[in-house]
Design a protein around this ligand. Sequence first.
Ligand code: RNT
Ligand code: ZN
Length: 411
Amino acid sequence: MTVYENAKTKYAKYGIDTDAVLDTLKNVRISMHCWQGDDVIGFESKGALSGGIQTTGNYPGKASTPQELMADIDKALSLIPGKHRINLHAIYAFFDGEVVDRDQLRPEHFAPWVQFAKERGLLLDFNPTFFSHPKAADNLTLSHPDESIRKFWIEHGKACREIAAYIGKEQGSPCLCNLWIPDGYKNIPADRLGPRARLKASLDEIFAIEYDENYIIDSVESKVFGIGVEAYTVGSHEFYMQYATQNKKLCLLDNGHYHPTEVVSDKLSSMLLFADKVALHVTRGIRWDSDHVVILEDELCEVAKEIVRCDALDRVMIGLDYFDASINRIAAWVIGMRSMQKALLRALLTPNALLMDLQNQNDFTSIMAVTEEMKEYPFGAVWEKFCEENGTPIDWLPIVRTYEQDVLLKR
Ligand code: RNT
Ligand code: ZN
């Protein structure tokens, strides 16, 4: 018996069909954020990252041209089983000739990405970029008291929705267009209502144009605080949850954007009862930082379990969002993507129906016992089978090391 057949027999005792699980997992597309590849710099200028987010570290070899970023994405994807999505930001526009400001961006500036995705069978998602720009220097954009600045960012939001709708049309599948703004104050504000009222009005303008839902899905992302904007965040969780419900938009939950003991795994079931879909930015918060590389830790497994137990693999749009400049950036992508897949695999290899039944009998003794026993199950053998079936190397690090020597260190 092979290692996999042995695992298959063991899981079958709990009524779990590992072959079926592998098929399910193969069809889960995760949106890989392009911005891990270049420390959230983008193509438009080499200016500093702003907006209360920060990349630290200076590991050599980061992508500094579109071609390098695309090559690095290719390398990462070759080490991640399955077909996925790539998440873009507006700062990754291609300018063939005239360079335009963010309020003037057009679909054609993203045509090379569409072609890139089409050639590879990938799907794209999109984000307006409301940071790293002179007009966002004081960490205020859509809630700015200055009408002209607020208008500039509204135009950016509109331009980005048009781009996302174009991408969705081109790829024949909706493009998630996620809106996050850094707006907030370092010091205790005298007026909390005003900025939120302005944000609400700005969003209404941005969303005034209706697009075909087969092309674009809009989401809004909240945050608890940012670096240098600790006292007040305009786009708080309550703000966006209400806005999204009232305006039929998706909430995007970034698990680095809540208080340290507040978990996204516990939010999913509530969100799914009131909305058709919910979007995620999966990251790893650690102390005050919200953007460490995703690894297979307890909360990630819990999030995956919730998605599976709510039978919501097609209702939760999973994307990654972190940036680590202190380690090999391709490894950072591969580790995060594979960890997310492993968490889903673990969730699928859990006897969820049995555990739910036990809960209804108030038998938490058995729930705990079974859950702990399952941790010793031959999960690794099923993961290896998954890699094999998808033609992906199990042992990927040497390949990244070779690429580092041959390509990254020569940049
Ligand atoms: C920032 C938000 C946001 C960004 C990306 C780059 O705190 O999480 O999603 O990380 O848009
Ligand atoms: Zn995020």
